[in-house]
Design a protein around this ligand. Structure first.
Ligand code: NAD
Ligand code: WQD
Length: 335
């Protein structure tokens, strides 16, 4: 059985669907601090399989030990964490505690139970401010711009040290670029609490009339149209990458970028959204957002060659699936 921490979250729920559809038995563990229990039912509706859910916290060592004693876990996919970059700057201790101490706690409980296979949700942010593009896995981690990013870099380092100390560990560190989109069923997707921090949910809320206009942060970057460029990838592609990483796990620690290898600007994203949905997205240019880098994207070669994974869905798919989810979610306050 696979333990999926953060399993009711945005990315975890999509991984759960892919695992279940591939025939794995899965148990989701989440403390529901940023997701809803109703996601479990929606995963069941999509997959037509029953889903085990355990409400629990990765910082609770005793609870985790009891959990591992009770269930026969083969491997862990670890997505649980706090992820709001801006919030991490105002609450660094909470972020280090939850993300870093929580991961330590999980690792100790895993080791005690003899469960040594781990796939970890890291982020392209670990490449730091000064890395050349495209980002390649062999590049050193750089200077991160937020406690959130630093927490991911710290976890990567502690996973590497754990692996060096005990050859039983088999660890895959997945560095996500910019996951967007939703499951094509419209049943699961990203449900930000309050004002969205990220571009795609903001665009879709403007399109849905929930917000007046999008503020595009900066139009004077050294990019083709002056707006920032990112490597957006469909969350279903991202989820499929976890299956490949799980199947590829072997002792030691390995790092993989999960991105498309293509950069898309903010203006291009807005234009694609408008074209695909037929809905106008009013926007204005606003000052740059502190901490934003002008442009970055992945080298997707290593994942393609070693995992046999590459992103298949287009930006059009990302937008259409986001919009379907947005409309579905608008009708369901319980999302
Ligand atoms: P999310 O907030 O939707 O999901 C994270 C889940 O973890 C939530 O359901 C939350 O309730 C749970 N959680 C948080 N702390 C917990 C704890 N102490 N114990 C148990 N559960 C806990 O976020 P997401 O977008 O699905 O991100 C999943 C992972 O991927 C995170 O680790 C995030 O840092 C990483 N990541 C996300 C992105 C992105 O853009 N979404 C990019 C790179 C990396
Ligand atoms: C994308 C672009 C904004 C909102 C973040 C984290 C990163 C990773 C993914 C977790 C930028 C612009 C945004 C808006 C805008 N998360 N934008 N108006 O910042 O690339 O990455 O999410 O690991 O660590 O930093 O993604 O979606 O916030 O922004 O103009 O209202 O859209 O300036 O250029 P980002 P994003």
């Amino acid at each position: 059985m696979i333990l999926l921490t953060g399993g009711t979250g945005y990315i975890g729920s999509h991984i759960a669907v892919e695992l279940l559809e591939a025939g794995y038995d899965v148990i989701l563990l989440d403390n529901l601090c940023n997701s809803q229990r109703s996601v479990v039912t929606r995963i069941e509706q999509i997959t037509q399989r029953s889903v085990h859910f355990h409400e629990g916290d990765i910082c609770d060592y005793k609870g985790l030990s009891a959990f591992f004693a009770r269930y026969d876990i083969d491997a862990v996919i670890h997505c649980a964490g706090l992820k709001a970059v801006g919030e991490s700057i105002s609450k660094p201790l909470e972020y280090y505690d939850n993300n870093v101490s929580g991961t330590l706690c999980l690792l100790k409980a895993m080791r005690q139970a003899g469960v040594m296979q781990l796939v970890f949700s890291s982020s392209a942010t670990v490449y730091g401010e000064e890395a050349a593009i495209p980002y390649i896995e062999h590049m050193p981690r750089g200077r991160t711009t937020s406690p959130y990013g630093t927490s991911k870099a710290m976890i990567e380092k502690l996973l590497e040290d754990a692996s060096a100390s005990d050859s039983r560990w088999a660890i895959s560190i997945l560095r996500y670029f910019n996951p967007v989109g939703a499951h094509p069923s419209g049943f699961i997707g990203e449900a930000p609490q309050g004002i969205p921090n990220n571009l795609m949910p903001y665009i879709s809320q403007v399109a849905a009339g929930q917000r007046a206009e999008l503020a595009i942060f900066g139009d004077d970057y050294p990019t083709p149209d002056g707006t920032c460029v990112r490597d957006y990838l469909h969350v279903v592609d991202l989820a499929k990458g976890h299956l490949k990483a799980l199947q590829y796990l072997s002792t030691g620690v390995d790092h993989f970028n999960l991105g498309t290898g293509q950069g898309v600007s903010v203006r291009e994203m807005v234009a694609t959204f408008e074209r695909a949905t037929g809905v106008t997205v009013p926007y204005r240019f606003a000052p740059r957002r502190s901490g934003d880098l002008p442009a970055f994207w992945a080298s997707a070669e290593k994942a393609r060659k070693e995992l046999g994974w590459q992103a298949e869905k287009s930006v059009h798919d990302m937008v259409v699936d986001t919009w379907r989810w947005q409309q579905w979610a608008n009708r369901d306050p319980e999302r």
